[in-house]
Design a protein around this ligand. Structure first.
Ligand code: AMP
Ligand code: MG
Length: 390
């Protein structure tokens, strides 16, 4: 049995980022930038109006001023208008400011009188004008290598005129669920059977990482496991659920060895998840997760997720952590790092449900993990850092 941190470091050292590719900015959602990107244009790119109203000269525009409206500037092509003292230009949100004008008065603050307006407020210099470059200057970094491309990042890239960008490679995973006792959801359960849930859990976790996964089910039978592993090893990673422990029906390790797989890690000091396995079939990274659903979940987040993110070119592979106030005493008396499932809510963390590896309901109600090192102990009210996965 090896330490949890050693196992994680070994896995992260072993996997390599995949070659970068170019994608349209929309397709790049949830991928990781493979280069730094810098602003090509200032934002805004020209002084423009923040309101529908009148472009004016602020010094010329005290309450009661009467101004002649000399033209109209909608958003769109710059009509190259000019405002002189005693004049105003009708203007709309986003329209370029006419030469000479240095403020906009909202249309709600003027009274119209034929071709003239009477201003009902004092107007300050720069009021309702969005100055060129006030949001972003040319050359400013807008996206860093390894940063996740989010919806707002895509909007910014679009606003800068980028049609496509370079991002890290796509991770494709084969999931193999194992176990004679498992029936497909929707099928009729025979006595002694349970519904298979891990492949769905793992597919949703993969999707959440921005990876792609397809799943196959296999009984506890060496021949079918061998054939299935061989097929799945064409992907970049293979995730096996169940069969990695020590019982007579736990055939995964034996079958992997028969395929000349290199097994780097088997059994980690983590609770839940001790029988976790990591190795290689050729260039395919193999993760063997224990069949108990909570063990599969925890070992995915602690070992598989960081590996996938590194392969995708992410600079940050850890789950986000937030401080939380414990609402109960907690001690880890075991000889393994313990990941407690619970609810992070309003700055507090409360363990939820049974802390056993089969207890799926508690997991379904949780949104955070508290890592307790061996011997670590906290009293109610202490501040701890919890990992968020939602
Ligand atoms: P194993 O790791 O194969 O010894 O399985 C440990 C426990 O997890 C057993 O109670 C299995 O029935 C259960 N289990 C294994 N695989 C799955 C799965 N894909 N979905 C739900 N439960 C599973
Ligand atoms: Mg099994």
């Amino acid at each position: 049995m090896i330490g949890e941190e050693v196992a994680r470091a070994k896995i992260l050292e072993a996997v390599r980022p995949l070659p970068a590719r170019r994608l349209s900015i929309l397709q790049a959602l949830d991928c990781y930038a493979a280069e730094d990107y810098f602003a090509r244009l200032p934002l805004p790119n020209f002084d423009n109006s923040a309101m529908d109203g009148y472009a004016v000269i602020s010094g010329d525009c005290r309450s009661g001023a009467r101004l002649l409206v000399v033209g109209e500037q909608p958003a769109g092509l710059d009509r190259q208008l000019r405002v002189s003292p005693g004049q105003a230009v009708r203007i709309f949100t986003g329209a370029p400011m006419p030469a000479g004008a240095d403020a906009v008065v909202m249309q709600e603050d003027v009274a119209c009188d034929g071709t003239e307006i009477v201003v009902n407020v004092d107007v300050d210099l720069g009021e309702f004008v969005r100055k060129r470059g006030c949001d972003l200057g040319t050359g400013q970094k807008i996206l860093s290598t390894g940063e996740r491309v989010r919806g707002a990042t895509i909007a910014l890239l679009a606003a800068q005129g980028f049609g496509e960008i370079a991002v890290g490679g796509e991770v494709r995973a084969g999931i193999v669920s194992t176990g004679d006792e498992l029936a497909k959801p929707g099928e009729k359960l025979q006595p002694g059977q349970i519904y298979e849930s891990n492949s769905l859990l793992l597919q949703s976790l993969l999707q959440h990482c921005g990876a792609i996964g397809g799943s196959t089910h296999c009984g506890d039978d060496s021949d079918s496991l061998r054939q299935t592993f061989q097929d799945a090893a064409k992907e970049q990673i293979l995730i096996v659920s169940g069969g990695v422990s020590v019982g007579e029906h736990d055939l995964v390790q034996k079958v992997l060895r028969g395929l000349d797989a290199k097994i780097d890690i088997w059994r980690v000091a983590i609770k839940p998840g001790k029988p976790f396995l990591f190795g290689w079939i050729g260039n395919c990274a193999v993760f063997g997760l224990p069949g108990n659903p909570v063990s599969a979940f925890v070992t995915f987040l602690q070992f598989v997720r960081p590996a996938i993110l590194k392969m995708m070119g992410a600079s940050e592979v850890d789950l986000p952590k937030v401080p939380a106030k414990l609402i109960t005493d907690l001690t880890n008396d075991s000889d393994r790092v313990h990941y407690i499932r619970g609810k992070f809510e309003n700055g507090t963390f409360a363990p939820f449900g049974r802390q056993e590896s089969h207890a799926l309901f508690g997991l379904s109600q949780s949104n955070a993990l508290l890592r307790l090192a061996v011997g670590e102990s906290h009293q109610s009210g202490a501040t701890v850092n919890v990992q968020l996965w939602d």
